[in-house]
Design a protein around this ligand. Structure first.
Ligand code: AMP
Length: 294
Protein backbone atom coordinates (compact mmCIF):
# COMPACT_ATOMS: atom_id res chain seq x y z
CA UNK A 1 0.00 0.00 0.00
CA UNK A 2 1.31 3.43 -0.94
CA UNK A 3 0.46 6.23 1.45
CA UNK A 4 0.44 9.65 -0.24
CA UNK A 5 -0.22 13.08 1.20
CA UNK A 6 -0.41 15.36 -1.82
CA UNK A 7 -1.98 15.45 -5.25
CA UNK A 8 1.32 15.20 -7.14
CA UNK A 9 2.24 11.90 -5.39
CA UNK A 10 -1.32 10.66 -5.82
CA UNK A 11 -1.27 11.27 -9.57
CA UNK A 12 2.03 9.38 -9.94
CA UNK A 13 0.64 6.39 -8.00
CA UNK A 14 -2.63 6.33 -9.98
CA UNK A 15 -0.79 6.73 -13.30
CA UNK A 16 1.35 3.69 -12.49
CA UNK A 17 -1.80 1.61 -11.91
CA UNK A 18 -3.38 2.90 -15.13
CA UNK A 19 -0.24 1.95 -17.05
CA UNK A 20 -0.70 -1.59 -15.78
CA UNK A 21 -4.17 -1.51 -17.35
CA UNK A 22 -5.95 -1.52 -13.98
CA UNK A 23 -9.46 -0.19 -13.43
CA UNK A 24 -9.35 2.43 -10.69
CA UNK A 25 -11.90 2.30 -7.87
CA UNK A 26 -12.23 5.02 -5.25
CA UNK A 27 -13.65 5.10 -1.71
CA UNK A 28 -13.75 8.57 -0.15
CA UNK A 29 -14.04 8.64 3.66
CA UNK A 30 -13.56 10.87 6.68
CA UNK A 31 -11.65 8.16 8.55
CA UNK A 32 -12.26 6.46 11.90
CA UNK A 33 -12.95 3.48 9.69
CA UNK A 34 -15.38 0.73 10.66
CA UNK A 35 -16.86 -2.34 8.99
CA UNK A 36 -19.19 -0.13 6.90
CA UNK A 37 -16.18 1.52 5.29
CA UNK A 38 -14.52 -1.91 5.00
CA UNK A 39 -17.53 -3.16 3.09
CA UNK A 40 -17.14 -0.31 0.56
CA UNK A 41 -13.43 -1.11 0.22
CA UNK A 42 -14.15 -4.84 -0.26
CA UNK A 43 -16.71 -4.03 -2.97
CA UNK A 44 -14.18 -1.76 -4.61
CA UNK A 45 -11.48 -4.46 -4.48
CA UNK A 46 -13.83 -7.02 -5.99
CA UNK A 47 -14.56 -4.78 -8.97
CA UNK A 48 -11.38 -2.81 -9.58
CA UNK A 49 -7.72 -3.78 -9.85
CA UNK A 50 -6.57 -0.54 -8.25
CA UNK A 51 -8.21 0.74 -5.05
CA UNK A 52 -7.74 4.29 -3.79
CA UNK A 53 -9.07 5.24 -0.35
CA UNK A 54 -9.01 8.83 0.89
CA UNK A 55 -9.30 10.04 4.46
CA UNK A 56 -10.10 13.71 4.84
CA UNK A 57 -12.34 15.34 7.42
CA UNK A 58 -13.78 17.98 5.14
CA UNK A 59 -14.30 21.29 6.96
CA UNK A 60 -16.61 22.77 4.31
CA UNK A 61 -19.34 20.21 5.02
CA UNK A 62 -19.56 21.03 8.73
CA UNK A 63 -21.69 23.91 10.00
CA UNK A 64 -20.28 26.34 12.59
CA UNK A 65 -22.03 24.55 15.48
CA UNK A 66 -21.25 21.01 14.27
CA UNK A 67 -18.66 18.49 15.45
CA UNK A 68 -15.70 19.19 13.11
CA UNK A 69 -13.19 19.83 15.88
CA UNK A 70 -14.19 16.72 17.83
CA UNK A 71 -14.76 14.42 14.84
CA UNK A 72 -13.17 11.09 15.90
CA UNK A 73 -9.82 10.16 14.41
CA UNK A 74 -7.48 7.17 14.64
CA UNK A 75 -5.11 7.29 11.73
CA UNK A 76 -3.00 4.38 12.91
CA UNK A 77 -5.98 2.02 13.12
CA UNK A 78 -7.26 3.30 9.76
CA UNK A 79 -3.91 2.64 8.10
CA UNK A 80 -3.74 -0.91 9.50
CA UNK A 81 -7.26 -1.65 8.30
CA UNK A 82 -6.45 -0.35 4.80
CA UNK A 83 -3.26 -2.42 4.78
CA UNK A 84 -5.20 -5.52 5.87
CA UNK A 85 -7.79 -4.90 3.13
CA UNK A 86 -4.99 -4.58 0.57
CA UNK A 87 -5.80 -1.02 -0.50
CA UNK A 88 -3.45 0.09 -3.30
CA UNK A 89 -3.21 3.79 -2.46
CA UNK A 90 -4.20 5.61 0.73
CA UNK A 91 -4.58 9.35 0.14
CA UNK A 92 -4.23 11.51 3.28
CA UNK A 93 -4.37 15.14 2.22
CA UNK A 94 -4.38 17.92 4.78
CA UNK A 95 -6.69 20.94 4.66
CA UNK A 96 -4.05 23.11 2.94
CA UNK A 97 -3.70 20.51 0.16
CA UNK A 98 -7.47 20.37 -0.38
CA UNK A 99 -8.22 24.06 0.14
CA UNK A 100 -5.20 26.17 -0.78
CA UNK A 101 -5.36 29.79 0.32
CA UNK A 102 -7.74 31.95 -1.68
CA UNK A 103 -9.96 28.94 -2.47
CA UNK A 104 -13.31 30.32 -3.66
CA UNK A 105 -15.01 27.94 -6.09
CA UNK A 106 -17.85 25.67 -4.90
CA UNK A 107 -20.34 23.25 -6.39
CA UNK A 108 -23.91 24.23 -5.55
CA UNK A 109 -26.25 21.20 -5.63
CA UNK A 110 -29.87 21.83 -6.58
CA UNK A 111 -33.25 20.61 -5.32
CA UNK A 112 -32.01 17.18 -4.32
CA UNK A 113 -29.98 18.80 -1.52
CA UNK A 114 -32.91 20.76 -0.10
CA UNK A 115 -35.09 18.29 1.88
CA UNK A 116 -34.11 15.93 4.72
CA UNK A 117 -30.58 16.71 5.98
CA UNK A 118 -30.34 19.70 3.63
CA UNK A 119 -32.97 21.44 5.71
CA UNK A 120 -31.12 20.93 8.97
CA UNK A 121 -27.54 21.26 7.73
CA UNK A 122 -27.46 24.31 5.45
CA UNK A 123 -24.39 24.25 3.21
CA UNK A 124 -23.56 20.63 4.08
CA UNK A 125 -24.15 19.19 0.60
CA UNK A 126 -22.41 22.14 -1.04
CA UNK A 127 -19.33 21.14 0.97
CA UNK A 128 -19.81 17.44 0.17
CA UNK A 129 -20.30 18.01 -3.57
CA UNK A 130 -17.30 20.33 -3.72
CA UNK A 131 -14.91 18.02 -1.93
CA UNK A 132 -16.12 14.94 -3.84
CA UNK A 133 -15.74 16.74 -7.19
CA UNK A 134 -12.23 17.79 -6.19
CA UNK A 135 -11.36 14.25 -5.10
CA UNK A 136 -12.76 12.85 -8.36
CA UNK A 137 -10.54 15.27 -10.29
CA UNK A 138 -7.52 14.28 -8.24
CA UNK A 139 -8.01 10.50 -8.37
CA UNK A 140 -9.85 10.27 -11.71
CA UNK A 141 -11.45 6.94 -10.79
CA UNK A 142 -13.52 4.75 -13.11
CA UNK A 143 -15.87 3.77 -10.29
CA UNK A 144 -16.52 5.39 -6.90
CA UNK A 145 -18.24 3.74 -3.92
CA UNK A 146 -20.65 5.36 -1.47
CA UNK A 147 -22.78 3.96 1.35
CA UNK A 148 -26.58 3.80 1.28
CA UNK A 149 -26.44 5.00 4.89
CA UNK A 150 -25.88 8.52 3.52
CA UNK A 151 -28.69 8.21 1.00
CA UNK A 152 -29.07 11.91 0.26
CA UNK A 153 -25.31 12.17 -0.26
CA UNK A 154 -25.51 9.42 -2.91
CA UNK A 155 -28.42 11.26 -4.60
CA UNK A 156 -26.53 14.57 -4.60
CA UNK A 157 -23.41 12.94 -6.02
CA UNK A 158 -25.26 10.96 -8.69
CA UNK A 159 -27.02 14.17 -9.73
CA UNK A 160 -23.71 16.08 -9.83
CA UNK A 161 -22.04 13.34 -11.91
CA UNK A 162 -24.90 13.46 -14.42
CA UNK A 163 -25.29 17.23 -14.51
CA UNK A 164 -21.58 17.95 -14.88
CA UNK A 165 -20.75 14.94 -17.12
CA UNK A 166 -18.13 13.68 -14.70
CA UNK A 167 -16.52 10.55 -16.18
CA UNK A 168 -17.09 8.23 -13.20
CA UNK A 169 -19.66 5.58 -12.32
CA UNK A 170 -21.20 5.59 -8.86
CA UNK A 171 -21.89 2.39 -6.92
CA UNK A 172 -24.08 2.41 -3.79
CA UNK A 173 -23.29 -0.21 -1.14
CA UNK A 174 -25.93 -1.38 1.40
CA UNK A 175 -25.70 -0.14 4.98
CA UNK A 176 -23.65 -2.30 7.33
CA UNK A 177 -25.24 -2.68 10.75
CA UNK A 178 -24.14 -3.71 14.23
CA UNK A 179 -25.32 -7.14 15.43
CA UNK A 180 -28.51 -5.58 16.79
CA UNK A 181 -29.36 -3.42 13.78
CA UNK A 182 -27.84 -0.02 14.62
CA UNK A 183 -26.31 1.42 11.45
CA UNK A 184 -22.53 1.56 11.80
CA UNK A 185 -21.23 5.11 12.00
CA UNK A 186 -18.04 6.78 13.13
CA UNK A 187 -20.27 8.90 15.39
CA UNK A 188 -21.58 5.87 17.36
CA UNK A 189 -18.46 6.21 19.52
CA UNK A 190 -20.01 9.34 21.08
CA UNK A 191 -22.97 7.39 22.49
CA UNK A 192 -23.08 6.56 26.21
CA UNK A 193 -24.32 3.07 27.15
CA UNK A 194 -27.83 4.43 27.74
CA UNK A 195 -27.83 6.41 24.50
CA UNK A 196 -26.55 3.38 22.60
CA UNK A 197 -29.62 1.42 23.80
CA UNK A 198 -31.98 4.24 22.88
CA UNK A 199 -30.31 4.76 19.48
CA UNK A 200 -31.52 1.29 18.56
CA UNK A 201 -35.05 2.63 18.31
CA UNK A 202 -34.08 4.26 14.97
CA UNK A 203 -33.30 1.00 13.17
CA UNK A 204 -36.22 -0.71 14.94
CA UNK A 205 -38.54 1.98 13.57
CA UNK A 206 -37.26 1.37 10.06
CA UNK A 207 -37.52 -2.41 10.41
CA UNK A 208 -41.02 -2.15 11.79
CA UNK A 209 -42.21 -0.14 8.76
CA UNK A 210 -40.30 -2.49 6.47
CA UNK A 211 -42.04 -5.54 7.97
CA UNK A 212 -45.44 -3.93 7.42
CA UNK A 213 -44.45 -2.98 3.88
CA UNK A 214 -43.41 -6.57 3.17
CA UNK A 215 -46.73 -7.73 4.54
CA UNK A 216 -48.47 -5.51 1.97
CA UNK A 217 -48.96 -2.14 3.70
CA UNK A 218 -48.57 0.60 1.06
CA UNK A 219 -50.18 3.59 2.76
CA UNK A 220 -47.51 6.23 3.42
CA UNK A 221 -49.28 7.74 6.46
CA UNK A 222 -49.69 4.31 8.05
CA UNK A 223 -46.05 3.36 7.37
CA UNK A 224 -44.85 6.65 8.86
CA UNK A 225 -47.07 6.18 11.93
CA UNK A 226 -45.63 2.72 12.46
CA UNK A 227 -42.08 4.04 12.29
CA UNK A 228 -42.78 7.04 14.52
CA UNK A 229 -44.38 4.84 17.19
CA UNK A 230 -41.02 3.10 17.59
CA UNK A 231 -38.92 6.24 17.86
CA UNK A 232 -39.33 6.44 21.65
CA UNK A 233 -35.60 6.41 22.30
CA UNK A 234 -34.51 9.54 20.48
CA UNK A 235 -34.21 12.94 22.15
CA UNK A 236 -34.91 15.17 19.15
CA UNK A 237 -36.46 13.82 15.98
CA UNK A 238 -35.43 15.99 13.02
CA UNK A 239 -37.30 14.03 10.40
CA UNK A 240 -38.94 10.70 9.69
CA UNK A 241 -39.95 10.85 6.03
CA UNK A 242 -40.99 8.59 3.23
CA UNK A 243 -39.52 9.90 -0.03
CA UNK A 244 -38.98 8.89 -3.63
CA UNK A 245 -35.63 7.07 -3.44
CA UNK A 246 -34.21 8.90 -6.47
CA UNK A 247 -35.57 12.46 -6.29
CA UNK A 248 -36.04 12.49 -2.47
CA UNK A 249 -39.38 14.23 -2.90
CA UNK A 250 -41.93 13.37 -0.19
CA UNK A 251 -44.44 10.67 -1.04
CA UNK A 252 -48.11 10.77 -0.15
CA UNK A 253 -50.89 8.25 -0.67
CA UNK A 254 -49.80 4.80 -1.80
CA UNK A 255 -46.17 3.78 -2.27
CA UNK A 256 -46.09 2.99 -5.99
CA UNK A 257 -42.36 3.33 -6.70
CA UNK A 258 -39.06 2.70 -4.95
CA UNK A 259 -39.20 4.70 -1.75
CA UNK A 260 -36.82 5.45 1.07
CA UNK A 261 -37.86 5.79 4.68
CA UNK A 262 -35.34 8.22 6.18
CA UNK A 263 -34.74 9.23 9.77
CA UNK A 264 -32.45 11.82 11.38
CA UNK A 265 -32.48 12.26 15.14
CA UNK A 266 -30.37 13.33 18.07
CA UNK A 267 -29.69 10.83 20.78
CA UNK A 268 -28.01 12.88 23.50
CA UNK A 269 -25.69 15.23 21.61
CA UNK A 270 -25.14 12.81 18.75
CA UNK A 271 -26.93 13.23 15.47
CA UNK A 272 -27.69 9.90 13.80
CA UNK A 273 -29.19 9.16 10.39
CA UNK A 274 -30.49 5.94 8.90
CA UNK A 275 -32.80 4.82 6.11
CA UNK A 276 -34.33 1.79 4.51
CA UNK A 277 -35.42 1.20 0.91
CA UNK A 278 -39.02 0.08 0.32
CA UNK A 279 -39.43 -1.29 -3.15
CA UNK A 280 -42.90 -2.30 -4.37
CA UNK A 281 -41.40 -4.14 -7.39
CA UNK A 282 -38.19 -5.71 -6.11
CA UNK A 283 -37.69 -7.84 -9.20
CA UNK A 284 -38.00 -4.86 -11.56
CA UNK A 285 -35.71 -2.32 -9.94
CA UNK A 286 -31.97 -2.18 -9.63
CA UNK A 287 -31.93 0.84 -7.34
CA UNK A 288 -29.38 -0.46 -4.94
CA UNK A 289 -27.71 -2.97 -7.14
CA UNK A 290 -24.01 -2.54 -6.90
CA UNK A 291 -23.82 -1.70 -10.56
CA UNK A 292 -23.16 1.79 -11.84
CA UNK A 293 -25.88 4.25 -10.99
CA UNK A 294 -28.54 5.16 -13.46
P1 AMP B 1 -17.80 8.84 6.23
O1 AMP B 1 -16.40 8.46 6.64
O2 AMP B 1 -18.79 8.80 7.35
O3 AMP B 1 -17.84 10.10 5.42
O4 AMP B 1 -18.27 7.70 5.24
C1 AMP B 1 -17.54 7.36 4.10
C2 AMP B 1 -18.35 6.45 3.24
O5 AMP B 1 -18.69 5.28 3.98
C3 AMP B 1 -19.67 7.10 2.80
O6 AMP B 1 -19.94 6.74 1.46
C4 AMP B 1 -20.66 6.49 3.75
O7 AMP B 1 -21.98 6.43 3.23
C5 AMP B 1 -20.09 5.09 3.92
N1 AMP B 1 -20.60 4.48 5.15
C6 AMP B 1 -20.62 5.03 6.38
N2 AMP B 1 -21.23 4.20 7.25
C7 AMP B 1 -21.62 3.11 6.54
C8 AMP B 1 -22.31 1.91 6.86
N3 AMP B 1 -22.73 1.65 8.10
N4 AMP B 1 -22.53 1.01 5.87
C9 AMP B 1 -22.11 1.27 4.60
N5 AMP B 1 -21.45 2.39 4.24
C10 AMP B 1 -21.21 3.30 5.19
Amino acid sequence: MRVVHNVAELRIAVKAMREQGLRIGFVPTMGFLHEGHASLIRQCKSRCGGTVVSIFVNPTQFGPSEDLSRYPQDLEADQSLCLKLDVSVLFLPDAAEMYPSNFQTFIEPGRVAEPLCGKYRPGHFRGVATVVAKLFNMVQPDLAFFGQKDLQQTAVIKRMVKDLNLPVDIAVVPTLREYDGLAMSSRNIYLTADERKRALSISLALFSAEAAFRAGERDTARLLDLAQECLWGVDVLQYCKLVDAQSLESLTGQVDRTAALCVAAYVGNTRLIDNIILNPNPEASGFLGLGPSV
